[in-house]
Design a protein around this ligand. Structure first.
Ligand code: NAD
Length: 365
């Protein structure tokens, strides 16, 4: 990139970030006072409710909304919107993982009510203006500035209860945002810098969490890396990896974080030889000779998810998944992609083969 003239358009999304261990209750109180919010609706799933109650302990809550379902089914979104409007809600506070943030975004999308997001996983939805809804087994996503949380409150105390396995899968979901950003449609030097720092922070933090789930330095690094990953992704857009995972989640109902964690090395192996700058940038961030080596070292240190067959995907699904993905490909993927190429990639991910085999696959453009 340094050897050629720079030319790009970059949008920075406006958002306040408050970061501090065990400070979420205080930060939320300050934010509510600053905004003079009167009718607050807290969105938190049943499993996150206890955490949410501690975060909201200093504020008055008008409505508690707990019907949170992954990928936000449209009927639940409509119910939540009606409740928000009936109660004249003037601030949404989402406390939970990407599914919870997603529900708050669905409410904001039609009502325009601002969101303060308090994330408890590494999904990163809190730092993007992307919404997702599902209806009749089809996931629709879109970009709208109304769904971007105005404030994000990060508190790694809230992640101490996230089981190690889920922490690893979720952290690798963040890693996927970083790596895919490097060749996504709007990749530019600014989002590449954020992605590289995200790769460094996540690959430093996740092994610490695996060694000790209560390690605050590791938890902070992972949360910080997850934020950077999402800022980078929001700016760079969806690359090949996200297009594949979107189909696996939306059509085959595979679990979000685990799917991202499993598919990433295959997309990296597939694209890396055709994207030398991105590859070198990621390798440097991992501190290894090649990006794939860095990712695989991290995956082995963290005992990461290995094969899609563990999550309900079967050989019979491959053709359909490849064909649907092929309809939605990013125009500028560094390596030409065919349905056959996608089938090869998905077959390797299904069974957990060594991703390096994809380096040698013949390409039929
Ligand atoms: P999730 O929110 O469904 O959480 C996974 C599980 O972990 C849930 O059972 C939840 O209750 C539990 N959990 C969450 N935090 C916990 C904690 N601190 N301690 C213990 N348990 C906890 O999963 P996710 O991976 O965070 O989010 C996935 C969803 O987010 C998907 O729908 C995905 O499409 C969406 N997403 C959206 C964007 C975007 O930019 N719009 C980005 C990433 C993910």
């Amino acid at each position: 990139m340094v050897n050629q003239p720079l030319e790009f358009i970059h949008n920075t999304l406006a958002q306040k970030v408050m970061f501090g261990f065990d400070q979420s209750a205080q930060h939320l109180q300050e934010e509510v006072q600053h905004r003079n919010a009167k009718n607050i609706m807290v969105v938190a799933g049943e499993r996150e409710l206890e955490l949410a109650e501690t975060v909201a302990s200093n504020i008055e809550v008008e409505v508690w909304y707990t019907d949170v379902i992954m990928h936000v089914p449209l009927d639940t979104a409509e119910k939540a919107r009606a409740i928000a409007e009936e109660n004249n809600v003037d601030l949404l506070v989402s406390i939970g993982g990407g599914s919870t943030t997603g529900m708050a975004k669905a409410i904001a999308l039609t009502t325009g009510i601002p969101i303060v997001a308090v994330p408890t996983t590494y999904a990163g939805s809190e730092a993007t203006n992307v919404w997702g809804l599902t209806e009749a087994a089809r996931k629709t996503t879109g970009v709208d500035s109304r769904v971007l949380p105005e404030t994000v409150i990060y508190d790694s105390r809230l992640t101490l209860s996230l089981p190690v396995e889920l922490s690893v899968a979720s952290g690798l979901n963040g890693m996927a945002h970083c790596v895919d950003s490097l060749w996504a449609p709007n990749a530019n030097p600014i989002n590449a810098a954020l992605a590289a720092e995200g790769i460094r922070a996540l690959s430093s933090g996740l092994p610490k969490i695996v060694r000790d789930s209560q390690n605050i330095v590791g938890r902070d690094e992972a949360l910080y890396g997850a934020y950077l990953s999402a800022v980078s992704f929001a700016s760079a857009g969806s690359g090949l990896h996200h297009k594949i995972c979107h189909v696996l989640g939306g059509t085959f109902n595979l679990p979000h974080a685990e799917t991202h964690a499993t598919v990433l090395p295959y997309v990296l192996a597939f694209n890396a030889p055709y994207a030398p700058e991105a590859e070198a940038r990621a390798a440097a961030a991992f501190g290894t000779d090649t990006a794939l080596e860095g990712l695989q070292r991290l995956r082995s240190q963290t005992d990461a998810p290995k094969k899609l067959s563990d999550y309900g995907f079967t050989a019979d699904d491959i053709t359909e998944a490849a064909e649907i993905t092929a309809e939605k490909l990013p125009a500028n993927n560094p390596r030409p992609i065919t349905v056959d190429g996608l089938k090869t990639l998905l077959t390797a991910a299904l069974t957990g083969e060594d991703p390096a085999i994809l380096h040698h696959e013949p390409i039929r453009a």
